[in-house]
Design a protein around this ligand. Sequence first.
Ligand SMILES: [Fe+2]
Ligand SMILES: [Fe+2]
Length: 192
Amino acid sequence: MMLNLKTESPERWLAQVDNHLDEILIDHAHCENKAARAALNLLMSYVENEELTIKMTEIVNEELEHFHQVLGMLKKRGIPFRRLTQSNYGRQMKELIRPQEPDRAVDRLLVAALIEARSCERFDLLRHHIDDVELSDFYDELFESEARHYSVYVQLAEDFAPRRKVELRLQELARAEADIINHGDTLPRMHS
Ligand SMILES: [Fe+2]
Ligand SMILES: [Fe+2]
């Protein structure tokens, strides 16, 4: 299974997004934006951690670059960018974060890692599914970069807890993520 995920996307997901590929692209733009914001929030919460600060700065830049690229794809296709109702995924993932430090830091980083992992899995499904070659190549490119982000987040979690604890917590959170995915969401979204 890809990047520690505990479940593959159910069949229903591709069926759900198939007739809404424009909306998926709009949602994707929002996801890149949110990924940048999450990295910036981590940077601001843990300013004493120099390694984290450097890595988060890089990720913020990369996610904003992705955001611009997706906006470009939308523009080319004549799809206006707009606000969308969010799926429950992000909120449900955030609810898994324990409140006390340093657990909180570990969980924030691992939740970010799992969201990256799920994005990778979905880019992989989409790139094989769609006929738009330019978009398919773009998902291919993003796959590599989000897979790298996954590793950066998992590795940074080890600054806040011993490796074994991080590994156990990652497995726990991955099982919770799988439940959220299997439960699903009716909206056609990158993470529904
Ligand atoms: Fe990204
Ligand atoms: Fe990312």
